[in-house]
Write a protein that binds this ligand. Structure first.
Ligand code: PLP
Length: 311
């Protein structure tokens, strides 16, 4: 946590149009520390069942409970005003959601390029994200100075003043080397996001003719296409067909949060969130990265159409 971390914090705050940024060790830790810094415990935190486990994990690790709400046709929690409730919505796949409220923490792990709109926004710089370090890193941005300062203290064992600790957290420092790498890569981020949007557009044009079988993602002008996920009823059959043709795909995510074995005690059941459950069964991430060529997209689309014809 030297000059590179400090400089990156300044640059990332500016990039996210926020006043303050605290660099930490991962997005999982960013979410956890933000909830801890808000000083809540035993509270219900509204969140989505369609996310990576880190979202729900942070709520539980901070001593709170996830209160799941079903997603809409975009994959996100529907646009809503959470009022005074604490909420932890996710901009899934990098598609911006529209939420209001005084206590909204955005899980922006997949949404690099999206400015702060809630109380705080948490980012991941895991190597596979749109802006990736060469190891683990994350950050919180906020306009609330008190919150930023508290997260700073909690980042290093709840230390205020040298070797004086007043709250229990852990070691959540951002690594100086990762910050230096992120500073080199940051100027390229907008270009990479734009290139991803171009790949998405190619997919949309090329798959239009089979869009009754292959449901395309709902676009948004600020969608950064961290993930380009289509939906189809025979998802596993399509995935194995593409694999046979040398095309790697992925499922993000196959098990919704309310059905995770470790959350059994919350007593949610199959059928509680039909949209999220259908999403988990039908989603398939197609290859997506900024350097993907027209020929590569064309090849993937040809093979998908072949599968549709042979089905
Ligand atoms: C990657 C990811 C995280 C966790 O980020 P880490 O930096 O790996 O801890 C949290 N939430 C979502 C939605 C993610 O995609």
């Amino acid at each position: 946590m030297g000059t590179e971390v400090e400089a990156f914090e300044e640059e990332w705050a500016e990039y996210c149009k926020a006043k303050y940024c605290v660099g930490v060790s991962s997005c999982t830790d960013a979410l956890y520390l933000t909830l801890k810094a808000m000083g809540i415990g035993g509270e219900q935190v509204i969140t989505t069942p369609a996310t990576f486990f880190a979202t729900a994990q942070a709520i539980i690790a901070s001593g709170n409970f996830p209160a799941f709400v079903d997603i809409d046709e975009t994959g996100n929690l529907p646009p809503m005003d959470f009022g005074n409730h604490t909420a932890l919505p996710v901009h899934l796949y990098g598609r911006p959601g529209e939420w209001k409220g005084k206590r909204v923490i955005e899980d922006s792990a997949q949404a690099h390029g999206l400015s702060l709109s809630g109380l705080a926004s948490c980012y991941s710089f895991y190597p596979t994200k749109n802006l990736g370090a060469m190891g683990q890193a994350g950050a919180v941005v906020t306009n609330d100075l008190g919150l930023a300062n508290e997260i700073r203290n909690l980042r290093t064992y709840g230390e205020v003043g040298r070797f004086v600790h007043y709250r229990l957290t852990g070691n959540h420092r951002m690594d100086e080397l990762q910050a230096a790498i992120l500073r080199v890569k940051l100027p390229f981020l907008d270009g990479w996001n734009l290139a991803r949007r171009a790949v998405a557009l190619m997919y949309e044009v090329r798959l239009e003719s089979v869009s009754d079988v292959i449901h395309l993602p709902k676009d948004h002008p600020q969608h950064n296409y961290h993930i380009f996920a289509i939906r189809t009823k025979d998802r596993d059959s399509l995935a194995s067909y593409l694999k046979g043709e040398g095309i790697q795909t992925a499922v993000r995510y196959p098990v919704p949060m309310h059905l995770q074995p470790v959350l059994r005690h919350l007593q949610y059941h199959e059928g509680d969130f039909p949209n999220a459950e259908a999403w988990a069964k039908e989603n398939l991430s197609l290859p997506m990265y900024p350097e993907m060529s027209y020929e590569q997209v064309e090849y993937v689309c040809e093979k998908i159409k072949e599968w549709v014809r042979k089905r």
